[in-house]
Each structure stands twice: as C-alpha cells, then as structure tokens.
Design a protein around this ligand. Structure first.
Ligand code: ATP
Ligand code: MG
Length: 582
C-alpha cells in the first residue's frame, strides 16, 4: 500500500471529547470517526485491526471445536417473551416496531435466537454436545456510552453458545473455552487475568471475566486479587474475610435508649458526636430495585456493593433512592435531613410495595449498637437484634470488598487493581432451555432441556484495550499480530533516486514474502512521516536515508523504540521472520 493512497487522516491534536487513551489515539491516528453517540465508523486501518482480531478468534474457536454461523441482528419480541427477558431487560434493549406494528429489538446478545435454532435442530443426545458461535455487531442502548470503542452502543462481539447433555459436559466445555480465550488474548498481545464475576442480566450461576489489567480510568472494573494464591474476582463478586483483631462490635450502653444526636447526617458526624468507632453503627441505605424499595443494613465502616444487593433483592435494576423518596417512606414532609436518621424499624411499605430489608453479614454479630429510628436528630443506642429491632430475614453478603481485607482462600491481604473486561464465559445451565422448552431426547428416552453455556468476546473493545496496553506519548504500539500493517518503509527524500530505488526494492521483497507493508511515498518532510508512523503505530519502520551510501538503512522497532543501522536485506529478513512466526 502506498501511503499517498492510504485512506487515513491523522489529526494534529487529540479530540476534545475523548477521555481515555485508546479513544484519543484511535481518533487522532485516523482509525475511527464518531457517527453519533456510542456509534463509530471503523475506517480502513481500524477495519484491518478488527479483522485480524476476528481471525485470531475464529482460528482458536474453530480449533476448540466450535462452529461458526450468523444470526440476524433484528430479533422478534416473541422469542424474548418466551425467555421472559422482554420484561426484565432494561432500557439497554433497543426496541422498535415494523410497519405491521410488530415489536422487535436490535440484538444486544443472542441467547433466545440460538436456543430457538438448537431446539429445531438438536433433538437427540447423539447430536450433542455442540458449540455454535458468530461474530457480529451488537446494539445496546448503554446509559453512558463512553471511552470510544471501549463502551459503545453499537459494537462487535463474538458470542458462542454451547449445548450439553450434562452439567459435567458443560463444565468441560467451560474449561475448553477458558483455554481458547487464554490463547486468543495472548495471540492478540494482551495479558489477561481470568477473574470470578457476577452473572448479571445474562444469568446463570458460574461465570468468569477476562480482564486486561490497567491502572488507567479505562478500566471500569475493580479486580481484587491475591498475590499468595490464585484468587481473583470482580468487585461485584469478590468476597473477603474481615480482620477481627482490635475491631469493636459491642457497644458499652447497658440499656437500649433513644438519644438526641443533632445534625449527625453522616456516619463520621455520628461517630464524632458519640465518640465511638463506625463499627458500632448499623448503617441504613435506601435503594430502589426494579421500582421496589429496599433497605440495606451494613456495619458503619463498610460500603454496599450494589450488584450484590440487587441480586439479593432478586432484581435487575438498582439505584439509590432520592431524598424525596426517603422522606415519603419515613412519612415526613419537608424533612430534608431524613437521610441521616433512617432505620428499618416501623417502615412498612412504599408505593404499594412492601419494604424489603436486607442485612449484610457484618451486622449479625453486632451488639448494643447504634441505629437510625426514623426520627430527626435522634438515634437508638444500645440496641440489639430481636429485642429492639428485628434482624431481617435476608442476611447475606452485600458488602464491597476493600483492599487489605483477607483473601477468602488463603487469608492473606487482598490487593486491588483496575481491569477492562474483554471477554467472559458463563455457565447458563437451563436458564434459557427450560422456559423456551428447548429439549433433546436423552439416552434413557427422556426429554431434557439442554445444559447451556455462553461465551463472549468484545472484538472492538479488545482492539481498544490493546491500545490502552500498548502506547506512548507519540502514538500506538500495535502488537504485530493485530497491527493494520506490519511495517512502513520511508525514503527520507523522494527526490533521491537511490533512496527511492532501495526503498522500493525492500517494499517489493517484503510484499513478495507476505508482509503487509506501507510505502511512504509522500513528498513530505521526513519528520512528518516519522510522526505519522509513530502515531499510527506500525510495529516496524525501515528508513532509507543518507546512510544508504554506506549500504545501511535505519531500522526501528516501535514497541521498544530501539533504532539500529543495518543492511536492507537484514532489515527485511527480521520483518519477514517475525511475520512468519506469528
Ligand atoms: P460490561 O459489564 O462491560 O457492560 P457485559 O457484562 O455487559 O460487559 P457481555 O454481555 O457478557 O458483557 O458481552 C460480552 C463482551 O462484549 C464483553 O466481555 C465485552 O468485551 C463486550 N462488550 C459488552 N458491552 C460492550 C459495549 N458497550 N461496548 C463494547 N464492547 C462491549
Ligand atoms: Mg453491559
């Protein structure tokens, strides 16, 4: 490819609306252009990168025994009603009507469709197990599309679905996919960590995510991990043991009473006022889960993990209640200080829904504690469960883990880092096959629902994550395996015949050996060409300049920025060998 013909416009500046590196770099280097919020044009350079990632994914999925197909992007409501998800999938599901007023949606994921395909074609245990996958655009009307390709509304995903006759079969396939994923990300030049995670809207019980670890804002997930053993989990799923030494959870009040606690709106203010540690306070937080009111009780020094709370409440959407809603629950008007004094006692219902109270495990053993009693400027102190206040029926883990708490596997302190989720794997079981009556006849003659798994990889997110992991101030440093082109050849002066001849010879030799090369034939200053080469991120740069009079070219490796002066044929050989070893 001649640089003069390559469809690419690099920009002098980073785009002003971009917050993270991959978004900034991909726009500035001419890979993507925004069409509308969360929707991007993949320009030729980007499309080459995406196709390379797709091909790696394809090769490894095929090698793992999966078969590729392609399902429609538009899906009918009826199938989503069969699975029960038309009701529960939130506003991320883009719903629309056709000219006959039939309701449809844009595919955010394809469990319903693949299950309908399976039940039509896989009738006997003899046909199982099967793993089917596709690579396709998805649409999710994300609340906050951001970070360019990392969280778009339209994005490219590989989604695979397995069908087994037994749980053991599913577990085997789950391991098989975990191994394929590890290979895929390694081949894409990414170090990933496989971490335990929550199953979310897709459902099922066991799931893991593949995280690219990063210390930047682009990592939207907190990953807790242990250096001493292999424990690692997304914060929405992580658990920990709490240190007990020196932690006081029994108050010194000899009797329960209500006392004045003026203006103590926060836990800190209440601690200061009573001169006690937060571990003696039962904190009450108010949430709305799928429109229903939920109170969360947790030890004063700990935070609630909202996904855990949402799961405990059996919902699929969660938000913190507004001050107005809290006042209404407490039956007080114009009481803007409600927040600091709410508690579980005496609250019955809200908006025709009973109030669900969920306690975190941390409050269970607390004694003579402090708690809100729904009266302004007052708290109950010296309270105990089931004497002054009832211990809720649901007592479970809704706590956000913090670094330094103890590993649930080995007891050593946990660490935390940020991660970008590039893929995930789920054991779905019969979550879709049962309601959709997707069954096969087993060896014993009985009909049974398939035991399913599903496995996703964000193709476009993986490309962006690769940029987050490989860049410097001057631009992208693509791993060779997914770079749009392997090498750029730059003649310093296009007017110098010898330079042009040598450069063209190298270019032709490389092309002949299957290397994807760009020849920068533009009549530009060498500095301009070097800048573009760094920004675009070609893994190798061969510059033909004055040194050619001594038979040498300049060879640059973008990853390390190492430069050497070597013979043209040696430069070509290094590149050819590297490409053939991919
Ligand atoms: P997230 O928690 O980041 O929203 P998810 O749990 O919704 O992801 P899945 O539904 O399992 O993700 O989708 C499979 C893969 O698709 C993810 O691992 C991720 O790589 C990718 N993906 C999901 N949502 C987006 C998005 N909005 N933009 C780009 N890629 C996405
Ligand atoms: Mg999502």
């Amino acid at each position: 490819m001649k640089m003069s013909k390559l469809f690419v416009q690099t920009l002098r500046e980073f785009p002003s609306d971009a917050e993270v590196i991959s978004h900034k770099m991909l726009v500035r280097a001419g890979y993507i252009r925004k069409l509308t919020s969360g929707v991007y044009n993949y320009l030729p350079l980007m499309w080459r990168v995406l196709k390379k990632i797709e091909n790696i994914v394809r090769e490894e999925m095929d090698a793992a025994g999966a078969q590729e197909l392609l399902m429609p992007f538009v899906q009918p409501k009826e199938l989503w009603e069969e699975s029960g998800r038309w009701e529960v999938y939130g506003r991320e599901l883009m719903r629309l009507k056709d000219r006959h007023d039939r309701e449809m949606c844009l595919g955010p994921t394809h469990e319903e469709i693949i299950t309908s395909i399976a039940r039509d074609g896989l009738k006997s245990y003899k046909q199982l197990p099967v793993n089917l996958y596709q690579i396709q655009s998805k649409f999710r009307d994300e609340v906050r599309p951001r970070f360019g390709l990392l969280r778009g509304r339209e994005f490219i995903m590989k989604d695979a679905y397995s069908f087994d006759t037994t749980q053991e079969g599913l577990e085997k396939e789950y391991q098989n996919m975990a191994q394929a994923y590890t290979k895929i990300f390694k081949r894409c030049g990414l170090n990933t960590k496989m971490v335990q995670s929550d199953s979310g809207a897709i459902g099922g019980s066991v799931s893991h995510e593949f995280m690219v670890i990063t210390d930047t804002d682009a990592g939207e997930n907190d990953v807790f991990y242990c250096d001493s053993c292999d424990y690692s989990a997304n914060s929405n799923h992580a658990v920990s043991n709490l240190p007990t030494e020196g932690v006081n959870i029994t108050g010194e009040w000899s009797t329960a009473k209500i006392i004045d606690t003026p203006d103590t709106l926060s836990i800190e203010e209440l601690c200061d006022f009573l001169n006690i540690p937060a571990t003696l306070i039962v904190k009450t937080l108010v949430y709305i889960v799928d429109k229903k009111p939920v109170l969360a009780l947790i030890r004063g020094d700990k935070q609630v993990e909202e996904t855990k709370l949402m799961n405990a409440a059996g919902g699929s959407d969660i938000r913190i209640a507004t001050a107005g809603e809290i006042e209404e629950m407490m039956g007080v008007n114009g009481f803007d200080a409600a927040k600091g004094f709410i508690g579980p006692n005496g609250l019955k219902e809200y908006n025709d829904y009973p109030i669900t109270v969920i306690a975190d495990n941390t409050v269970k053993e607390m004694k003579n504690f402090v708690i809100g009693i729904n009266q302004k400027d007052k708290h109950g102190v010296g309270y105990n469960w089931n004497s002054e206040v009832k211990l809720p029926e649901i007592v479970t883990d809704i706590r956000l883990v913090e670094a330094g708490e103890l590993c649930p596997q080995c007891g050593k302190p946990l660490k935390v880092t940020r991660g970008i989720e590039v893929g995930n794997i789920f054991q779905l079981g019969t979550k879709y096959s049962k309601p959709m009556n997707a069954v096969f006849t087993d060896i014993d003659g009985k009909t049974k629902p398939y035991i399913m798994g599903c496995y996703g990889i964000g193709i476009s997110r993986t490309a962006a994550a690769a940029v987050e992991a490989h860049y410097d101030d001057h631009g992208i440093k693509w791993p060779l395996s997914i770079a749009p082109y392997h090498v750029v050849i730059i003649p310093v002066s296009t007017k110098d015949e010898q330079q042009m001849k040598v450069a063209e010879d190298i270019y032709k030799t490389l092309i002949k050996h299957g290397v994807e090369a760009v020849f920068d034939d533009r009549d530009e200053r060498a500095g301009v060409k070097f800048k573009d080469a760094d920004l675009i991120g070609f893994p190798y740069r061969i510059t033909v300049g004055k040194g050619i009079s001594e038979g040498l070219v300049e060879f640059k490796v973008r990853e390390t920025d190492e430069i050497s002066n070597i013979k043209p044929e040696d430069a070509a050989e290094i590149v050819v060998t590297a490409v053939h070893n991919l």
